[in-house]
Design a protein around this ligand. Structure first.
Ligand SMILES: Nc1nc2c(ncn2[C@@H]2O[C@H](COP(=O)(O)OP(=O)(O)OP(=O)(O)O)[C@@H](O)[C@H]2O)c(=O)[nH]1
Ligand SMILES: Nc1nc2c(ncn2[C@@H]2O[C@H](COP(=O)(O)OP(=O)(O)OP(=O)(O)O)[C@@H](O)[C@H]2O)c(=O)[nH]1
Ligand SMILES: [Mg+2]
Ligand SMILES: [Mg+2]
Lengths: 291, 279
């Protein structure tokens, strides 16, 4: 599954007995390069390689494989472990209406994801209401309304542009019409835009969401750690969604985000159509990142 | 003592970290640091400030390969600009900004809503056309973007506009049929107006990592890309991947997007960009 180059380099490592520090250092140098080329953050890659090195050195070399292949095995297992061994489900506890808040940078795929998630929840027997809380982007409300009608889901929008009121009114509507999940579509924003980040904190405080999902573009590069940690600082989000994974981006941002926030990756968006939403499989992503 | 250090491993590692974290990528970073190592051995002892300056200059040179503005006056007839890129990169917003810029320079501008696919794409562009105070060709019933491009080109000629800007749907470079569609739009424009599109601009999201190189390569294969609009540079991402793209494909950055407002489009400045990598 590894890229040709990485596979060959690692195959060349010879040795008997135990994995030496030299075996491991040589092998990991190539692996570090592969991680960086896959967009894993520099510091995250450094830390990760160090922990793999520690685990690998001194291990008895297994009979059937080369030291290089063994390093890969340790690496792969560590990666899967870090990405999240367990499948992480959506947690909607307490009494309805439940609230799921969807946040992230501009253009990451939130509005599309909100619709997909609504459809999935409806297909599982719930009664979702999509809420258009993006009052900034031109035609954002139209976009959500159109999406909603495509999958036959109700969408709540208002004439006015007061975000907190929109959320409050949506909740009233949900109670009145027995919708049991509210999915809040928020405007894309920069993590360094204090005013906009405060708006999200206010929404969180008012709506007390069961889940706050950070939607990240799967092709994000080194900057993934910055946005993720800022959003975590303001909102302590509960899960991550990676989008546009139907492309050929390696997805190293996932490792970076997971590493700095510790939050589980809950979904992978794999296309523009409303049923291209998958649960997250850590070993599939591990293979993809390693190339 | 003057507090100078030799070009040692620790110093190189610090520089490596800065460049990689700016999304320059491993190859471009290695190349630049190798050149630096050769240079430094001639210079002798150096300090990190001097090294940074050498790197900045090197990067600035790499990025100074193209004229950075799109010139409407070079055409006799409508200048046609086609805007392409992956989903959510900032195409539609950048077109609104561009239209406003040309308009405020006294040019007559027409926008074509050739994204016939995505929900509310036309409404979004209509809003921008309204804000920029320019006309827009839109067809709610159209399923084929090439037909909108066709109508827009015809309108551009009959109304004798200076600039026609064509918006296209976001698409991943890995979607063969959608890349074919882009080629078709390109062809249709060329059939209507000689040499159209005169400029094809690829919009890249500054937060994108090494995949931007793949995007540039693949889009370049289907339509000749004249330049890049690097959007969302007002965030914390540095967009260093354009250095790698330039080195490999000789594709210049023409504009940068620095916000969501209509005025938030600037001409690319290689010197400023190179300096900002080191903040
Ligand atoms: N190929 C692909 N495209 C996607 C995916 N998710 C979203 N998109 C597309 O990405 C673009 C942006 O999606 P939106 O849902 O509008 O993104 P957003 O985060 O709501 O954007 P803002 O509200 O402006 O911040 C659209 O063209 C979507 O169709 C995905 O998983 N794969
Ligand atoms: N901060 C910031 N946001 C931007 C910039 N350019 C675009 N955006 C935002 O990015 C999001 C996506 O922009 P669009 O113009 O819809 O992107 P697009 O490429 O047309 O998207 P699709 O048509 O869906 O592929 C919107 O929320 C824009 O406001 C920029 O320079 N800075
Ligand atoms: Mg949105
Ligand atoms: Mg668009």
């Amino acid at each position: 599954q590894l890229s040709e180059n990485l596979e060959n380099v690692l195959k060349k490592l010879r040795g008997r007995g135990k994995l030496t520090e030299k075996n491991v250092s040589d092998g990991l140098r190539e692996v570090r390069r592969a991680l960086l080329e896959a967009d894993v953050n520099y510091k995250v890659a450094k830390e990760f390689i160090a922990s793999v090195k520690e685990k690998a050195i001194g291990q008895e070399v297994l009979k059937s494989i080369t030291p290089g292949q063994q390093i890969v095995k340790v690496l792969h297992d560590e990666l899967v472990d870090l990405l999240g061994l367990e499948r992480s489900e959506l947690e909607l506890k307490g009494s309805p209406p439940h609230v799921i808040m969807v946040v992230g940078l501009q253009g990451s795929g939130k509005t599309t994801f909100v619709t997909k998630l609504g459809k999935q929840l409806r297909d599982k027997g719930r009664s979702p209401l999509l809420v258009g809380a993006d009052v900034y982007r031109p035609a954002a409300k139209d976009q959500l309304k159109t999406n909603g009608s495509k999958v036959d889901l109700p969408v709540f929008v208002t004439e006015h542009n007061r975000v907190l009121d929109i959320c409050a009114e949506a909740k009233q509507t949900a109670r009145k019409n027995h919708y049991d999940v509210l999915i809040l579509d928020t405007a894309g924003r920069l993590h360094i835009d204090e005013e906009m980040m405060d708006e999200l904190s206010d929404v969180k405080q008012q709506m007390q969401p069961d889940e706050i999902l950070f939607v990240a573009d799967g092709m994000t590069g080194q900057d993934a750690v910055n946005a993720a940690s800022e959003f975590l600082g303001y909102l302590d989000f509960t899960g991550v969604v990676l989008t546009k994974m139907d492309g050929d981006a390696r997805g190293g941002a996932a490792l970076s985000i997971r590493s700095v926030t510790g939050r589980p990756i809950k979904y992978m968006s794999v296309g523009e159509s409303m049923d291209s939403l998958e649960p997250f499989y850590p070993d599939r992503l591990a293979n993809r990142i390693l190339g | 003592f003057s507090g100078r250090t030799k070009l040692d491993d620790e110093l190189l590692e610090d520089l490596e970290e800065i460049l990689i974290e700016s999304d320059l990528g491993v190859d471009a970073t290695m190349q630049l640091l190798d050149d630096l190592r050769d240079r430094a051995s001639e210079i002798g002892e150096v300090d990190i400030g001097a090294l940074q300056e050498v790197l900045q200059n090197e990067i600035k040179q790499l990025l100074s390969n193209g004229s950075h503005a799109v010139q409407p006056e070079s055409q006799d007839g409508p200048q046609v600009i086609m805007v392409v890129g992956v989903n959510g990169s900032g195409k539609t917003t950048s077109i609104g900004k561009l239209a406003h810029q040309f308009k405020s320079k006294g040019k007559s501008v027409l926008i074509a809503a050739a994204d016939t696919f995505r929900a509310a794409a036309m409404e979004q562009l209509e809003n921008w056309a309204d804000r920029a105070n320019v006309d827009i060709i839109v067809n709610r019933k159209a399923k084929d973007p090439a037909s909108v491009a066709y109508d827009a080109a015809a309108a551009a000629i009959s109304r004798d506009v200076d600039v026609l800007i064509v918006d296209t749907a976001g698409r991943l470079h890995t979607q063969g049929n959608l890349m074919d569609e882009l080629q078709k739009i390109h062809r249709v424009l060329g059939k209507q107006i000689e040499n159209a599109p005169h400029e094809v601009l690829l919009v890249l999201d500054a937060t994108t990592g090494q995949n931007a190189i793949m995007q540039a390569r693949h889009f370049q294969k289907v339509v000749e890309i004249d330049g890049i609009i690097l959007a969302k540079l007002d965030g914390t991402a540095k967009g260093g991947v354009v250095v790698a793209i330039n080195r490999e494909l000789d594709m210049p950055v023409k504009y940068i997007g620095v916000g969501e407002g209509i005025d938030d489009l600037q001409l690319f400045d290689p010197e400023q960009f190179a300096e900002a990598l080191f903040y």
